[in-house]
Design a protein around this ligand. Structure first.
Ligand code: BGC
Length: 735
């Protein structure tokens, strides 16, 4: 058992009040050290220092988990940091992820039993092995002391106030929290660390006279600031993602999150880098309390979970390349320890629907195996006895929603297919089963209750509606069938009996036919209600989830979908639920040309429209900035929301045509789809089997294809309905 279990959870006496606290202990080392390890964790977000040196490269440790049941701890080799003689151990702790004070969630009041709400705690052990073979363990107990620090407030939403004039040296006693240590788990996810450092591209004086720095990229992370000023003078940096239509600073869309760094000077020059918060920003408004304050340097430090980049895409169309760039940056900014909806406003939560929608694309861009497995651990921990999977993980917010809760099946399946690692199925099998059982046992209530479900979130059929017109009951049924289908696939993968689930799958499919489709038109309208089945998303789900019984029905559904799009001036109307599958439903059912028309559409609503408005990340709304330059309401408008970035999956799987035909790319199916409006496409994925790539070029009326297949992998290409068996290595075809 790791040494951390010898430690005690400790907290200071008194109230936190949002400050960063320092826990301290001096230790004597009197013999030569062979090796030393630091085991550390916190309720809150901590940074560990030995003799003034930071012990590790991670940020935001111990990460965000459902603290009530699971708290990760980190292990660092600190052999080089300890000296013979006196050594100072300092652990700084801030609210960090604890402050998810959203209406859906409040980990601050629902964490370690025995710890006051709104307070933080740490647990630490240092294991020292001496050259003479003896071992010492120094751990947190009531001999540690605590101090307030110059970071007078620090939280993920509001940012920080750092007062360099602060010099309190009052020692506070600490209290041992008599609490169960079984909630401690070793680090499961990827650590969050600095990935790159951006410089300011432009210093703007806005029409209203303010100084605004432009980093040129909507990014997520923190600042390194070098500044000086007379004692008590202040420098304030505030974050924004876009400028308003007049070119002025704007961050109304951050809602209650202040997202600002307030530095109070002491007459000297300092460089400050935060360990405890992150912001989402492209623009920074700089305010100085007087001319004596100087901002000598500022950098934007991009942090995210340390996943390996495995996927690449480029093509002859620069706007599509920019779209791909925005998808990648959407992932960078929202894969900061857990998959979040957005990184800037007072939300930043593990919304299950958003993560599900983007999970396949994400897993082709980066290796997400460890990242998702850790978050799925929290999903399991938060699952209700009834089987209900929450809309936000971690949280204690107990109602399910179709397409959100189904993340518990869709994500393990997608991760398994990308990396071929069955442990993601073994670990999550019971959770998936309980979820499918929940739907089965509560079929009438769950699939018939509109109020549970978010529907086709942000679809466009109805002005000022958040949920579009596709009936929520239909979506609930479609996802019940899809989750059951994927659960059966997962059962097959690990040799479990699934017969009763095949029955349930057929039952739901039958219900969909009975209630939502008639023989003749494949539609049934619900006169007198606002919902209509005649939406793009309706056809998309029936096609992509294969909710039809005959070839003729499939052809008719695809025809109806194409007609709807053409009638809508070649534009989409789908929301979070329909969008990820929209282009697949077209290109896999005879409408490749129309799929490309939607992808290349530049007018609102489309994927390229935000790019024409200067987007450098994916937007939450198709019209985050409207054609007249106005913003979608402040109420809910993120410029860094990855959900619609799910289209990247289509770019890999249909444009370039790289598909894992068997899990982990044991078998590959190439299905490249060309279009005259694009001259060439290239994509590659570094799979567990080796590098896979696909490229095509249109030249002199011919298309040249180049495929790269790893050793010992079976591969087939299907081009214009003709099959080509491919060998390992490079194959070129000219057709
Ligand atoms: C989030 C979404 C999320 C949704 C659920 C929003 O506030 O930002 O992305 O899925 O709520 O309806």
């Amino acid at each position: 058992m790791d040494a951390i279990y010898q430690g005690n959870w400790i907290t200071y006496l008194g109230n936190n009040e949002g400050k960063v606290w320092e826990f301290k202990k001096s230790i004597e080392v009197d013999k030569k050290i062979k090796g030393a390890k630091l085991y550390s964790s916190a309720i809150g977000t901590y940074a560990a220092y030995i003799n003034g040196q930071k012990t590790d490269v991670y940020h935001l440790a111990p990460g965000y988990t459902w603290y009530k049941k699971r708290v990760q701890y980190q292990v660092t080799d600190v052999s080089e940091l300890l000296n013979i003689g006196k050594n100072e151990i300092s652990i700084f702790v801030a609210y960090g992820f604890l402050c998810q004070i959203n209406k859906h969630e409040n980990p601050m009041t629902d964490h370690l039993p025995g710890l006051e709400p709104m307070n933080t705690a740490i647990i630490v052990a240092i294991e020292i092995e001496y050259e003479d073979g003896s071992i010492d363990v120094i751990y947190t107990d009531d001999s540690w002391v605590a101090y307030e620090t110059m970071i007078r407030s620090s939280d993920m939403y509001n940012g920080e106030v750092v007062d360099y004039t602060f010099s309190e040296t009052i020692k506070r006693d600490v209290r041992i929290i008599d609490s169960d240590k079984s909630i401690l788990i070793p680090q499961e996810g990827e650590i969050v660390k600095t990935q790159e450092v951006l410089s300011v591209e432009n210093v703007i004086t806005t029409p209203c006279g303010e100084t605004v720095l432009d980093f040129g990229q909507n990014m997520v992370g923190h600042f390194i600031v070098t500044f000086s000023g007379d004692s008590k003078e202040e420098l304030t940096l505030e974050c924004g993602e876009v400028l308003d239509k007049y070119g002025n600073f704007y961050n109304g869309n951050y809602r209650a999150a202040k997202a600002r760094l307030n530095l109070i000077c002491d007459g000297k020059k300092h460089t400050y880098e935060s360990d405890f918060v992150f912001y989402g920003f492209r623009y920074v408004r700089v305010t100085k309390s007087s001319d004596s304050v100087s901002l000598d340097d500022i950098k934007g430090v991009v942090v995210h979970s340390d996943m390996a980049r495995i996927g690449h895409f480029n093509c002859s169309n620069e706007e599509l390349n920019m779209l791909y760039h925005n998808i990648i940056w959407g992932q960078k900014g929202n894969f900061v320890d857990l998959p979040t909806d957005c990184p800037q406003r007072d939300e930043r939560l593990g919304w299950t629907g958003d993560a599900q929608v983007f999970s396949n694309c994400a897993s082709m861009n980066y290796n997400t195996n460890k990242f998702f497995k850790k978050w799925l651990g929290d999903m399991r921990a938060c699952q209700r006895e009834s089987g209900v999977i929450l809309k936000v993980v971690p949280s204690s917010w107990a109602t399910p929603s179709a397409a959100w809760s189904d993340a518990c099946v869709i994500i393990p399946y997608n991760v398994y297919m990308q990396y071929g690692d069955k442990s993601v199925i073994y670990e999550n099998y019971d959770m998936m089963k309980k979820w499918v059982e929940y739907i089965k046992n509560n079929y009438d209530e769950y699939t018939q209750t509109d109020s549970y479900h978010y529907g086709d979130w942000l679809a466009l059929e109805k002005e000022d509606s958040y949920i579009g017109l596709t009936p929520r009951k239909f979506i609930a049924n479609a996802f019940a069938a899809y989750s059951t289908y994927l659960f059966i696939e997962c059962s097959k993968a690990i040799g479990k009996d699934y017969s009763t689930y095949t029955e349930f799958y057929n039952f739901v499919k039958g219900k969909i036919r009975e209630e939502f489709a008639d023989e003749e038109t494949y539609l049934k309208y619900n006169p007198g209600t606002e919902s209509s089945l005649d939406t793009q998303t309706y056809y998309v789900l029936r096609l992509y989830f294969k909710l039809y019984d005959s070839e003729n029905e499939r052809i008719e559904l695809a025809k109806k979908l194409s007609e709807k799009i053409i009638k809508n001036n070649y534009k989409l109307q789908t929301g979070f639920v329909g969008t990820p599958y929209l282009l697949f439903a077209l290109s896999q059912n005879g409408y490749v040309d129309l799929a490309y028309t939607l992808l290349l559409q530049r007018e609102y609503p489309s994927w390229i429209y935000p790019i024409t408005k200067g987007a450098t990340t994916m937007w939450e709304h198709w019209d985050g900035i409207k054609e007249n330059g106005e913003f979608w309401s402040d109420k809910m408008n993120s410029y860094n929301h990855y959900a619609y970035g799910s289209v990247g999956e289509w770019m890999y799987r249909e444009m370039a045509g790289i598909n894992a035909q068997a899990s982990g790319y044991d078998e590959i199916l190439f299905t490249p789809k060309t279009d005259d409006r694009i001259k060439n496409v290239f994509a590659s994925i570094e799979t567990g089997k080796g590098l896979v790539s696909s490229e095509w070029k249109i030249e002199d009326g011919k298309t040249k294809y180049v495929f790269v297949v790893p050793e010992n992998v079976k591969a087939t290409a299907i081009i214009n309905d003709k099959e080509y068996k491919l060998l390992s290595g490079v194959t070129e075809l000219c057709i």
